[in-house]
Design a protein around this ligand. Sequence first.
Ligand SMILES: Cc1cc2nc3c(=O)[nH]c(=O)nc-3n(C[C@H](O)[C@H](O)[C@H](O)COP(=O)(O)OP(=O)(O)OC[C@H]3O[C@@H](n4cnc5c(N)ncnc54)[C@H](O)[C@@H]3O)c2cc1C
Length: 434
Amino acid sequence: MRGVHTPCYDALVIGGGPGGSCAANLLAQQGLKVVVFEKEVFPRFHIGESLLPYNRGIFEELGVLDALAKAGFPRKTGAQFHLGNGSAGTRFQFRQGRFNRETEIFQVERARFDEILLRQAAKAGAEVHEGWTAGRIEADSDPITLEVKDPAGTLHTFRGRFLVDASGRGNLSGNQQGLRIMHPRLKKLAIYAHFTGVELDPGEAGGDTVIYRLENQWFWIIPISAEKTSVGLVTDRDAFQQSRARPEEAFQAAVRSSPDLARRLAGARRLGELEVTADFSYANRTFASPRVIRVGDAAAFIDPIFSSGVFLAMHSARLAAQAIVQAHRQGTDGLAQFRRYERRMRAALAQYSRMVELYYTHPFIELFLQPRGRLDIPSAVNAMLAGELQGGWKVRWRLNLFYWMVRLQRRIGFVPHLSHAPVVPQPETTPAVG
Ligand SMILES: Cc1cc2nc3c(=O)[nH]c(=O)nc-3n(C[C@H](O)[C@H](O)[C@H](O)COP(=O)(O)OP(=O)(O)OC[C@H]3O[C@@H](n4cnc5c(N)ncnc54)[C@H](O)[C@@H]3O)c2cc1C
């Protein structure tokens, strides 16, 4: 059975995650006729729970800031990075970053967060279909046609002047056109679950994202509600496959290798199965074509170490909505606006990709975990961790200097060298009795 929907929409949106609901909300606010297709029925589990302070302005534009503040999500005012053996560590407190205009945000349980955002898109005027799966896209025609399967399995054809692909790592339009290019080196795999009873820091720091860097892998600890904490391991995909370890074994072995991590998880209880996700870090060859624009993970995805995914998804959705509104008003296919969108999005991605690639090198870790106040480089790094994309030259030159120091750290040793070797406890010295 097949249904053709005769009204032609201004925009068809695939996916009701942060990227899709943000684009749909902003387009509807501008009076465009928008429909969203989301294959799941919300609330549903999703990974990606640590947000960046610069998400805040977008929440205000969407009209969800109050609802998020009332939802009781933990406050995130900083991010901590530690070496697994406990020999070094640092806390970036956003309010201490000299260039940060935004200094705090929430950690979220995505099931609730995504639902709040999607419901708000509907309130703004978007038509939302949950449990509807988008399929074949016919983008050569005007209007575009999109095949969508409803929950009963019936196929429908929808027509729209523009299409926003926000299908996340499902990468619907990119895969249909063979555009996805995997990152050549960052072949990682994540093993994660929600826990209760994880030991968090007292006070404000208890809302931080806490990262433990082991030799070739790292852990995140993200409190997402009063009871739940998200804990995950990111490891080398090939090494994991060669080890033939089960996810549970790899996870536990990594926990045991870090006394601090073992302590934090000693009284913790897992709340569900361990999830495994592989094949992140990719970009599509293009982010747009006439009438079609890809946002969030459906454009590109970078390793989650700096918690940039949701912020970049919403930032790109906001830029995409602006581009569509302009094209809609001018009556064009949007390509000129979409090219500008792609340039801006690639520039934002490049800022994080550069830091992510360096994160996997030892000299970066040495400098990153031992920040020095000279020239206020830590403030520039702090700005990146907060999501400051418009910091301008004062942030850029400091970051460039930092990256240059990373390259020379091995030879020059700007800060003491660090080791991943287990720290041997020193015998307690007995004070001399005189
Ligand atoms: C291991 C891991 C850890 C992460 N940690 C963080 C973190 O701490 N902080 C952070 O900011 N980001 C993190 N991320 C990244 C974050 O999850 C994503 O960047 C973010 O969710 C992107 O939002 P999106 O809207 O583009 O895609 P998604 O959130 O994935 O939303 C896409 C939506 O599209 C729907 N969909 C897909 N295909 C179809 C279809 N054919 N038809 C209809 N609907 C469809 C999906 O059901 C989904 O709801 C992490 C990612 C991974 C893999």
